[in-house]
Design a protein. Structure first.
Length: 171
């Protein structure tokens, strides 16, 4: 039931926004009662936090699965591709994670953990350069591409081509 509530919450938030995120709507979408939300999460904010936490954990797992080789540039490109693949494969979670404001500082820190992985990859690639600045550029580019694709303004093929072109310019 817990995972069904998380999935229902993610879908409602992603497709209908925060105004649709009500106790009754989430419970109904999950095929349960409102009491289940309190039993499993304690509150709607905690349910939303858990949706975001699940997303950041899944993204961290996707990024950790990117290959680690002797080629720092190829590894950094693989991290970037894993970010965009995650957005494509988990669009509801992606929207809730990156198109909603963090709940608080602890929630924002969840995002910082996945960004740190990208910073480490960028720093490894640059050596003495500013890995955080390059990571921010790559993240902004990747986020823009993912958002355009999720909004159906770019096809998957266009998104992949644009991502490749931007990585070539940035790296």
């Amino acid at each position: 039931m817990r995972s069904e509530l998380i999935a229902a919450a993610a879908q409602l938030l992603a497709h209908e926004g925060p105004t649709a995120f009500t106790l009754r709507r989430v419970a109904s979408a999950a095929g349960t009662t409102t009491m289940a939300i309190y039993t499993h999460f304690g509150s709607m904010n905690e349910l939303k936090r858990e949706v975001r936490r699940k997303g950041y954990g899944a993204l961290a797992g996707a990024m950790a699965a990117a290959p680690a080789t002797d080629d720092a540039r190829a590894d950094l490109e693989a991290l970037c591709r894993s970010y965009n693949a995650f957005a494509r494969e988990q669009p509801d979670l992606y929207r809730v994670m990156f198109m909603e404001a963090p709940l608080d500082e602890a929630d924002a820190a969840e995002c910082a953990g996945t960004f740190a992985t990208l910073v480490a990859g960028a720093q490894r690639y640059l050596g003495d350069g500013d890995g955080a600045a390059l990571a921010m550029e790559l993240w902004a580019a990747g986020h823009g591409i993912a958002t355009l694709e999720l909004s159906a303004l770019l096809s998957p093929e266009q998104a992949d081509g644009l991502a490749h072109s931007l990585r070539e310019k940035l790296l």
